[in-house]
Design a protein. Structure first.
Length: 399
C-alpha cells in the first residue's frame, strides 16, 4: 500500500528501461496505456488522484481532463488519472470525441479490447475494492457532479469557466499547491493549456496533445469566432507554436463539427444521453439534455410516442423531477433558435411553478404547433444551458 504517486514513478522508470523508444518522455498514448485500470489495480494504491471533467463530457471536459493529466506528468512525473464523467457506454454517442481521440492514437472500445480511457464508474469500483481515498482536480466544473458525488472524497484543485459555486475548500486547494482558476472564457481547455504550457518551459510537447486542446477550443468558440476571450487566443498561440505550420485549423474545425452533428444510428434515448446534465436544486432533481435540432424535427423523425417513451425511460433512470430538452438549431432562414421542452410525468405542479419563475427571464413563448409536449420558444437565444441552469436553480430555490 502507499501513495500511488511514488509507485508510479518506479513503474514508469521500469517501463522506460523495457520499452526504450528513443525518447525519455512518454507519448500521450503510452502515458494513457500506463495509466490503465489493470496497472492501477496491480499497484494497490491507498489513495488516488484523478482529474475529471463535468458530467456532460463534451469535448471540452474530456480534453481538459486528459491534457491536464498529461501536462502534469510532463511537469513532475506524477500521476493524476484522467477520468471521464459518464458511463463508458455513453462515450460512443460523442462521435467528435471518439474520432479525435482515434486520430491521436487512443483507440475506442472494441469487442476484444477496451480503450485505455478511464470512466468514473471504474474509479467508483476501484475505491470500493481497494478502499482507497479519491482526491480530484475538477476541470470544466467547480462543484462535484453526477456519479462523481459518491466517488470523490476531496476536491484538491479546479480549473473552470462556469459560474463560481464557491462550494470548494480554498485552504485545501492551496495546501496542495494546485490551481484554483475560475475565469469566464470560451473553452476550459484554454485555461488548462495556459496554466501548464508556460510552466513546462523547454519541454517538448508532442503535437497530439496540442491537437486535443485545439479541438476543444475550436468547437467551443466556433473556430475563434464566438464566445472567444483573450484566454482562448492565448491558448491558440501555444497550439500554433507546437502544431505543424501548414496545419489547417479551419478544416479541422469543419471535420469536428461534422462528426459532432453526425447523429446517424441514434434513437431519441441516445440523443437524450448525448449531452446531458443532472442538477439538484433545493432537493429537486432537474435533468437538462442539450439537443442540436428543433423539437419539430425530432417529432417528424421519431414520432411523439417514441419521444415520450425515451423521455420517460431516461426520466426514471435518473430519478428526475423535471427533464428539460434544450434545443439549439438554425431555422430555414439560417436564424439561430432555441426551445425549451418540459417533461415531468408526475410533477406537473412543480413544472408550472418553474415555468412561471423562468418565463420572463428566458422570454419563453408557447409553440402552438406542438400539442403533445409543453414546448416553448426561447426568445432569449443567447442563453445556453450554462446560463439556464442557474436561472432554473434560482427558480426552484424561490419556491
Ligand atoms: Mn466547457
Amino acid at each position: 500500500m502507499g501513495s500511488i504517486i511514488s509507485k508510479f514513478i518506479i513503474y514508469l522508470n521500469e517501463w522506460k528501461i523495457n520499452n526504450f523508444n528513443g525518447s525519455s518522455v512518454l507519448s500521450l498514448k503510452e502515458y494513457l496505456n500506463i495509466c490503465s485500470l489493470d496497472n492501477i489495480k496491480k499497484l494497490k494504491p491507498s489513495s488516488l488522484q484523478i482529474c475529471c471533467g463535468n458530467q456532460s463530457s463534451d469535448m471540452d471536459s474530456v480534453v481538459s481532463a486528459i491534457i491536464y493529466s498529461y501536462f502534469n506528468y510532463l511537469d513532475n512525473n506524477k500521476l493524476i488519472l484522467p477520468v471521464i464523467n459518464i458511463p463508458r457506454e455513453d462515450l460512443k454517442l460523442r462521435k467528435d470525441i471518439v474520432n479525435v481521440l482515434e486520430s491521436v492514437g487512443i483507440e475506442k472500445d472494441t469487442d476484444d479490447k477496451k480503450s485505455p480511457l478511464i470512466f468514473i464508474e471504474d474509479i467508483k469500483q476501484i475505491k470500493k475494492s481497494l478502499k482507497c481515498s479519491i482526491d480530484a482536480i475538477l476541470v470544466d466544473h467547480n462543484e462535484i457532479q453526477g456519479i462523481a458525488i459518491d466517488t470523490i472524497d476531496r476536491v484538491i484543485g479546479i480549473i473552470d469557466h462556469h459560474e463560481d459555486t464557491k462550494t470548494y475548500n480554498v485552504d485545501l486547494i492551496n495546501a496542495f499547491e494546485n490551481p484554483l482558476i475560475i475565469e469566464s472564457c470560451g473553452s476550459c481547455s484554454s485555461l488548462v493549456t495556459n496554466y501548464w504550457v508556460p510552466k513546462l518551459g523547454h519541454t517538448t510537447i508532442n503535437n497530439q496533445v496540442m491537437k486535443l486542446g485545439l479541438a476543444a477550443a475550436v468547437l467551443d468558440t466556433s473556430n475563434f469566432k464566438s464566445k472567444v476571450e483573450h484566454q482562448d487566443l492565448e491558448a491558440l498561440k501555444f497550439y500554433k507554436q507546437f502544431l505543424p505550420q501548414a496545419y489547417d485549423v479551419k478544416i479541422f474545425f469543419k471535420q469536428l463539427k461534422t462528426h459532432k452533428s453526425d447523429l446517424t444510428g441514434f434513437n431519441m434515448f441516445d440523443l437524450l444521453r448525448k449531452d446531458f446534465k443532472l442538477f439538484e436544486f433545493n432537493g429537486h432533481k432537474v435533468g437538462m439534455s442539450s439537443l442540436g435540432e428543433s423539437m419539430e424535427s425530432f417529432i417528424a423523425k421519431f414520432g411523439n410516442e417514441s419521444i415520450k417513451e425515451a423521455c420517460n425511460r431516461y426520466y426514471r433512470l435518473n430519478s428526475m423531477d423535471i427533464l428539460l430538452l434544450l434545443t439549439s438549431y438554425s431555422d430555414s432562414n439560417k436564424q439561430h433558435k432555441r426551445q425549451i421542452i418540459f417533461y415531468s410525468s408526475k410533477n406537473t405542479e412543480l413544472e408550472s411553478k418553474v415555468f412561471c419563475n423562468i418565463k420572463d427571464e428566458l422570454e419563453l413563448h408557447p409553440i402552438a404547433e406542438i400539442k403533445e409536449f409543453s414546448a416553448y420558444a426561447q426568445n432569449k437565444d443567447r442563453a445556453s444551458r450554462k446560463q439556464i441552469a442557474p436561472i432554473v436553480g434560482k427558480a426552484l430555490n424561490d419556491i
